[in-house]
Design a binder for this molecule. Structure first.
Ligand SMILES: O=C(O)CCC(=O)C(=O)O
Length: 330
């Protein structure tokens, strides 16, 4: 069933109907599939995010454990993470699919070469990088020998989401950043290499829109299909953590939420840690190549816990008490 749906949405001829793809911009149409949830936590703030009280959060009824947060990022927030994923996280010692191809000389950086030489071919060749504990794609295992420091800013962002959702001991330890173009796909798979499979997985999307499929623990379950747009956050927790998922299609977005000029692009109250990159984001000339990249590509940051598994009475009680209450079924 998963394979059939994947093939259906991937098809170019004929093009699939997208009528059944859950669209969180149009939830009224999916009243029988989606439930809005309200968090008990309403205070707390983090750089680049709108206030928690304004977050729109949903569960998909067919996929317990899947939590969807409709773009809680500000324009500046989306720009910041885009720059980090293109210019910063692509540097060594982080690993990428380009490493074995020897296309980037040791003393140079992928992003700089692409920009200086206008090298679109090299730009499009980057498909993934890994951060923290590096996923070994052949053995599918993580090891102590194959790890680097996890970026503090991305760790802090993910921990903020985790705490807000009631996962008080989350510690970001491994991430895969996926780079998609308009013809890219990611076939159905489960993420089971992490030692701690109880911790949720956090997925942040930037740029073009994905059709995301989430099925069951075997490929026999028909998956739900949903649009993931720029800024959207998906959390795969509990029952959905080990479910099959994949991206059969990237669709061209008709809006550019990373380009809507709202007040925070001019905000001056940015802490030192974020300042250098945010200054770049606020400068339209310096930002242009990153905006150009997003206009034909999608970036997905997928953050996981690998080893940490602290079970305390506080955690158990907290996770039990968490959850939001269901406000209404839309
Ligand atoms: O791109 C996405 O939304 C999903 C990525 C994913 O499934 C993965 O990295 O394991």
């Amino acid at each position: 069933m998963f394979k059939e749906s994947f093939k259906y949405y991937k098809s170019k001829l004929p093009l699939p109907s997208l009528d059944n793809v859950i669209d969180f911009n149009n939830v009224e149409k999916f009243t029988k599939k989606v439930t809005k949830i309200i968090l008990k936590v309403t205070n707390g703030e983090f750089f680049g995010l709108i206030p928690i009280s304004e977050w729109e959060i949903y569960e998909v009824d067919q996929n317990p454990g899947l939590i969807f947060i409709k773009n809680p990022f500000t324009t500046l927030g989306q720009r910041y993470w885009t720059v980090k994923c293109l210019q910063e996280y692509t540097k060594k010692p982080n690993k990428s699919n380009l490493d074995p191809l020897n296309l980037v000389p040791d003393n140079q950086e992928w992003w700089d070469i692409c920009q200086n030489n206008n090298d679109f071919t090299l730009l499009e060749k980057l498909r993934w990088i890994t951060l923290g504990y590096h996923h070994n794609w052949d053995t599918k295992i993580y090891t102590e020998e194959n790890k680097n420091d996890f970026p503090k800013d991305l760790g802090d962002l993910t921990v903020f989401f985790a705490n807000t959702l009631g996962y008080s001991n989350f510690n970001a330890e491994a991430a895969i950043v996926n780079y998609y173009h308009l013809d890219s796909t990611l076939s159905g798979h489960t993420d089971h290499s992490e030692m701690n499979l109880e911790a949720p997985l956090f997925s942040f999307s930037l740029g073009q829109t994905a059709i995301f499929l989430l099925g069951g623990i075997s490929k026999d379950t028909k998956p739900s299909a949903m649009f993931l747009r720029s800024g959207d956050v998906v959390i795969m927790s509990k029952e959905s953590r080990l479910c099959y998922h994949g991206v059969p299609k990237i669709v061209k977005s008709n809006t550019k939420s990373w380009d809507i000029t709202n007040c925070d692009v001019n905000s001056n109250e940015i802490s030192e840690e974020y300042k250098t990159v945010t200054d770049l984001c606020k400068n339209s000339t310096l930002w242009r190549p990153y905006g150009d990249y997003l206009s034909h590509s999608r970036i997905n940051i997928n953050v996981r816990v690998w080893v940490t598994k602290k079970t305390t009475l506080y955690n158990i009680v907290n996770e039990f008490l968490f959850v939001c209450h269901t406000e209404y079924t839309v």
